[in-house]
Design a protein around this ligand. Sequence first.
Ligand code: PLZ
Length: 457
Amino acid sequence: MRSAFEFRLPQRRLVATELPGPRSRALTARRVAAVAAGVGSAVPVYAADADGGVVVDVDGNSLIDLGSGIAVTSVGASDPAVAQAVSDQIRHFTHTCFMVTPYEGYVRVAEELAALTPGGHEKRSVLFNSGAEAVENAVKVARLATGRMAVVVFDHAYHGRTNLTMAMTAKSMPYKAHFGPFAPEVYRMPMSYPYRDEPGLTGERAAARAVTAIEKQIGGDAVAAIVLEPVQGEGGVVVPAPGFVPALAEWARANGVVFVADEVQTGFARTGDWFASEHEGVVPDLVAMAKGIAGGLPLSAITGRAELLDAVHPGGLGGTFGGNPVACAAALAAIDTMRRHDLPAHARHIESLVVPRLRALADDVPAVGDVRGRGAMLALELVVPGSADPYPELATVVQAAALAQGVVVLTCGTHGNVIRVVPPLVIGDELLLDGIGVLESILRASLASGDVPVVER
Ligand code: PLZ
């Protein structure tokens, strides 16, 4: 695909210093004396600039960005349309509070979300600041509208770090450990995870397994909401078997349960559709969104059936900063960029370029147990050769080696053994394949070189 984008920064990989370089190391020294140790960073390299598919660090290294700031900068980190919209808005007002003197940008974003999210039904939206806040509010709405309390979530799920969403997130370390007690009435069910499920378990049967557990452990008439990532992100880019998501949505409909799609990570073109639910024609009752929605500015939303959202009493939903006017202006510009350049098609193109390369790699490198994902949300699951045992040590080594060669790549997964490829959707082919080539050469060499701790289990 020929790039229709013109970038401010050269789209190249350039390693000018050791990584991290001296300026990044000096910032790390200041950071440890000022920033709480509880905040992590994937790589110890400080950004000075970013555009298209590159992040330029404070030492002048130009790094290929295969992480998009955790799947956020789909339109790039400095899309000119977003930058223009933000600066125009800032010159007028930065804040009035939608709950005090409302403004058109918020209404326009809600109109766009009604048009873009799956389903032709009457919809309403509310805007917030973070993905966790969106998920949490989806649960509030589902509980009020149904008069029920139980919330169903799944193994490997990630929904956030607030008290309720910690309860909904599966992984203890680092997200939940020692932060309890957690919110009650959250029930975790088995996920469909084709690489690790018994061979041949269809999506329908995996859904039936979850439904049986729901009916036995909670009772269908006690469930307010099923909250599901249609493709799981932090949990390891787990793509459920075909039929899983539609079967759960259908069961929810038949039982008066609100089906909430957590599209915080999958939304806004990431998986090759505007929303991942569309892939199998699923129409969620409520959609939670954030990340890619506003070109990097903090904005999140829930959009859903009018009768659910309008059931809530006036004043029941909101927040001081929710739907900030600058973030709304950014969202309108980012959505326009996504539409004008057909970024869902870009995501599918990225899949078509990268997946064959990763599959060939998996054929040669026994530590690559699985290649999966959809659109520009792709991943390699690393395992101890000759087994399906997770190999997080190798993922850590690959991430560090990639950085040394000028590529930023993220790990994820319940076991920390998944390398994910989630580049900006505007990244050019050459840059993307250069980055993939670096990952390939590291993985091909890693086990032979002895750099990786050989794990006996
Ligand atoms: N739902 C599906 O992926 C955020 C979190 C990284 P916030 N994922 C990245 C970290 O370590 O904090 C996420 C998500 C899904 C909800 C969230 C939460 O979104 O904007 O981070 O609150």
